[in-house]
Design a protein around this ligand. Structure first.
Ligand code: LLP
Length: 422
């Protein structure tokens, strides 16, 4: 069996019991299932294959901000994925995982000199441009390096979309993208630049978008601008339609991929462009859990707390976005359910994974998992409270590998220095 499932009352990932992983690698740790990632990649790929002709399949560029562990990148690269990056660090991870430059897209918001130059050196497929000054810099640095950069312009379609306001990116008040009028100006400028070739448009309107309908007006605005640009004689060869596909955290309705792909077929396909997509969360979100141990049960007059050894430094989504993550015990005994607040050891009241949550009765030392943390889990972890980053483990059938070693406290402190004048 693949993925996370119960065998005789013990939670397993593929064929491996989670208590074995806790014993071998300690807690807290992130555990990922390779088969779930493969399943997700193929589900999206197949939905597009059903809707679009074989010679017009999109380039799926995995948005690795969701989870940039190089083993996860390698797994996706093996499946034929491209890569969407937002920093020099993500570029270097992608190259290390074996992605060739011509399958890498840079969409970062405030591209800096070192990053632009590293992207040019790697021969990435394109830069998705966020602002006029950024375009100038790309042209300048490409000129210095004797290169020509392919550029797409990110459209801000002024459309609402996304699970909550912190992960919406396509409203006019958001920092992302350019208006249609600005893109018309930028395209003209870029067309006259020596070291930039304008080749198309991109959009990304938000994350965890559960209604396929939300994408439709954004696609229509993109298509309209493609026609206007072509009417002015400009080349538009690529359209990057972004990411934003949802996963299940609780009882959400999942986006109907066929309905989504239908909009791509009806609105984007007729543009005769190379189609690109940037899915992040969808590929990896449901493929990861955070495995933690109950340090203490604490009873107060108002509440009963499960105090885990994992905290908001390991997974910040619940407190940052008030995001729901399912919590369950690893040994699924027939103990009665009780209502708890599930918290971490960090000195903040916001260090909460779940409030008023019904969980099988838990004792000190019991293992718990927090589900659906494969995306924006480890990648947003921090060292707050001087806590070392947790280990990451990948399971594939019977194979288990430590794909990210836990940091040590010594490593944390070693980078710091007391000046001799103190
Ligand atoms: N493309 C661009 C330009 C993006 O900004 C993003 C995500 C993606 C693609 C991938 O979006 P996805 O398919 O994963 O929805 N930390 C938040 C999510 C922030 C997403 C930022 N941009 C969270 O934990 O929910």
């Amino acid at each position: 069996m693949s993925g996370f499932h119960d065998i005789n009352g013990v939670l397993h990932v593929d064929n491996v019991p989670l208590p074995d992983i806790a014993k071998q690698y300690g807690t807290p740790c992130y555990v990922y299932s390779a088969s779930v990632i493969r399943g997700q990649f193929n589900a999206l790929k197949d939905a597009m294959a059903r809707a679009l002709p074989a010679n017009r399949q999109p380039l799926l560029c995995y948005a690795c901000k969701a989870n940039s562990n190089i083993a996860i990148l390698k797994l996706l690269q093996n499946l034929g994925s491209g890569l969407e990056i937002v920093s020099e660090g993500e570029l270097l991870r992608g190259l290390k995982a074996g992605f060739s430059g011509n399958k890498i897209i840079s969409t970062s918001f405030g591209k800096n000199e070192s990053e632009i130059k590293a992207c040019l050196k790697a021969g990435i497929l394109q830069f998705n441009v966020e602002s006029p000054d950024e375009l100038d810099n790309i042209n300048k640095f490409a000129g210095e390096m004797g290169k020509c950069a392919d550029a797409l312009f990110r459209l801000n379609p002024d459309i609402r979309g996304g699970g909550n306001s912190k992960i919406e990116t396509g409203r006019k008040e958001d920092k992302f993208g350019n208006t249609a009028d600005d893109i018309l100006r930028l395209y003209k400028i870029a067309n006259e630049m020596e070291n930039v070739t304008p080749l198309g448009l991109s959009i990304h309107i938000g994350s965890q978008i559960s209604q396929a309908n939300t994408f439709k007006p954004a696609f229509e605005k993109l298509a309209e601008l493609v026609h206007i640009l072509r009417g002015k004689g400009y080349k538009v060869e690529r359209t990057d339609i972004g990411g934003g596909f949802p996963i299940i955290y609780n009882d959400e309705q999942l986006l109907d991929l066929d309905e989504y792909a239908g909009f791509v077929r009806d609105i984007i396909l007729p543009l005769n462009t190379q189609i690109q997509m940037e899915p992040g969360r969808y590929m990896v979100g449901n493929a990861g859990i955070l495995l933690a141990k109950t340090q203490y049960i604490k009873q107060t007059p108002a509440r009963e707390f499960i105090v885990l050894d994992a905290g908001m430094s390991d997974l910040i989504r619940p407190t940052l976005y008030e995001a729901y993550h399912n919590v369950r015990t690893v040994m699924n005994s027939n103990r009665n359910a009780k209502t708890y607040d599930v918290v971490g050891p960090i000195c903040e009241s916001g260090d909460i994974f779940a409030k008023n949550r019904s969980v099988n009765e838990v004792n000190d030392g019991d293992l718990l998992v927090i589900e659906s943390v494969g995306a924006y889990g480890f990648s947003m972890a921090s060292n707050y409270n001087s806590r070392p980053l947790p280990a990451e483990i990948l399971v594939d059938g019977d194979n288990i590998a430590l794909i990210g070693a836990a940091q040590t406290i010594d490593e944390l402190i070693a980078r710091e220095n007391i000046p001799d004048w103190l």
